[in-house]
Ligand binder design. Structure first.
Ligand SMILES: *Cc1c(COP(=O)(O)O)cnc(C)c1O
Length: 418
């Protein structure tokens, strides 16, 4: 039969393609396509934050055994309750309570499909025509992508590189109006590697209170810190301002494929409850899929019984990696790093384009770097900061050295002749 003349009633939503092109995954896919297949050298992936493929970053056997045991127990073959199974909710509350001056209850906890779904639920619940949300720049572009689908206008405040990537709180006040609903912080930070002090977090809480908005705290890198600033959870300031804390085991346990996380309310004054936010979270979760029940079943064992040694090993690997990374960037005059990261897996470095010949911008730099050196680095534009680079140092230390070495040769080859 002829297909040419037949009219079909469906058409794909092309808007999705545009939205996905600006995500980290979208940009990385483009870079991977420009790799030179003739190059015999191994590709060095400094683009994404998933070190699970490297043997030195393998997760703890406590977590692996917990999954196997949960599966074999045959207790978790059922559908889970919308909010998550009770043992998982209680374990998450206990886990966070170790860092908080007051006690969360399991009722404050919603189990989600990774931190990703926690973001999606949060922004979906807050969206309404006319509302706006304040997002950090640079940031994590998934927030922008979800906001644009959720009736939330995005307004950006800057993170200040010269101040350890602290939030520009004056900008936050200037941006906000009566339709602002929330501000987002990512701590420890992706892409900047910031770890905010108690004092700065308190100022964030006070500013949000003054404006009348909640704080959404993305804490997916919680405790992946290796600098001098102690890690403080935003929920600590729940008595000042309502806080939604988002997290998961993806990064600290290095199992992003297991897809389990949480959305937690720190709502000492019952503001989220009284305004209907908690009910809407429940409704939203009723309409969306849940993490696999046996993964939920394993969570309490994972959170309660992972040995300190495992965390210490990861931290010491990351500390060694960040030292190497920072030193090698210092030794490369074509890029500048304003701050040595204290947490997460990323470093932001500024491209000194005026010293380079024939490189248009950060995207051009990254495409050519992929093609000529088989090194993948994320252009800053993908996280909201044009002509910067986001380098992930969470890879095997020897590979990191090779990658940064190739980046330096690349810069020297493309240097402006004096
Ligand atoms: C990786 C990441 C997420 C997503 O976490 P998952 O648990 O894998 O869904 C969310 N926020 C930030 C800042 C991240 O880097």
């Amino acid at each position: 039969m002829e297909n040419g003349s037949k009219k079909w009633g469906f058409q794909a939503d092309k808007g999705l393609n545009a939205a996905s092109a600006i995500t980290v995954r979208g940009v990385l896919n483009e870079l991977i396509e420009s790799l030179n297949k003739q190059d015999q050298r191994p590709v060095i992936p400094l683009g994404h934050g998933d070190p699970s493929a490297f043997p030195c970053f393998r997760t703890t056997s406590v977590a692996e055994d917990a999954i196997v045991d949960a599966l074999k127990s045959a207790k978790f073959n059922c559908y889970a309750p919308t909010v998550g199974i009770l043992t998982a909710r209680r374990a998450i509350a206990d886990h966070l309570n170790r860092d908080l001056p007051f006690k969360l209850s399991p009722d404050d906890v919603f189990v989600t499909l990774g931190c990703t779904q926690a973001i999606e639920v949060t922004l979906t619940v807050l969206g309404r025509p006319g509302a706006n949300i304040l997002l950090p720049r640079p940031g994590f572009p998934y927030y922008e992508a979800v906001a644009s689908r959720s009736n939330l206008e995005v307004r950006h405040f800057d993170l200040l590189p010269e101040k350890g990537w602290e939030v520009d709180l004056e900008a936050v006040e200037a941006l906000a109006d009566e339709n602002s609903v929330a501000m987002v912080i990512i701590n420890p930070g992706n892409p900047c590697g910031n770890v905010y002090s108690y004092g700065h977090l308190k100022k964030i809480a006070e500013t949000a209170r003054k404006i009348g908005i909640m704080v959404i705290a993305d804490e997916v890198y919680a405790h992946l810190t290796f600098g001098s600033t102690p890690y403080v959870r935003m929920g600590t300031f729940g008595p000042i301002v309502p806080v939604l804390s988002l997290g998961s085991i993806s990064k600290r346990w290095i199992v992003p494929g297991w897809r389990i996380g949480w959305l937690v309310t720190s709502d000492a004054n019952g503001i989220l409850k009284n305004s209907g936010v908690v009910d809407s979270i429940l409704s939203c979760l009723n309409l969306t899929p849940d993490p696999a029940t046996f993964i939920q079943g394993a969570l309490s064992e994972i959170l309660e019984n992972t040995k300190k040694d495992f965390f210490l090993k990861t931290i010491s690997l990351l500390r060694e990696a960040v030292d190497t990374c920072y030193d090698m960037i210092q030794g490369n005059p074509y890029i500048t790093c304003p701050m040595k990261p204290e947490g997460s897996m990323f470093i932001m470095a500024k491209l000194n384009l005026s010293l380079l010949e024939g490189i248009k911008d950060d995207m051009d730099f990254c495409l050519k770097l992929a093609k000529e050196e088989s090194v993948i680095v994320l252009p800053g534009i993908a996280v909201g900061l044009k002509n910067w680079l986001r380098i992930s140092f969470a890879i095997e230390p020897s590979a990191l050295e090779v990658g940064l070495g190739r980046m330096k040769s690349f810069c020297e080859r493309h240097a402006k002749k004096q």
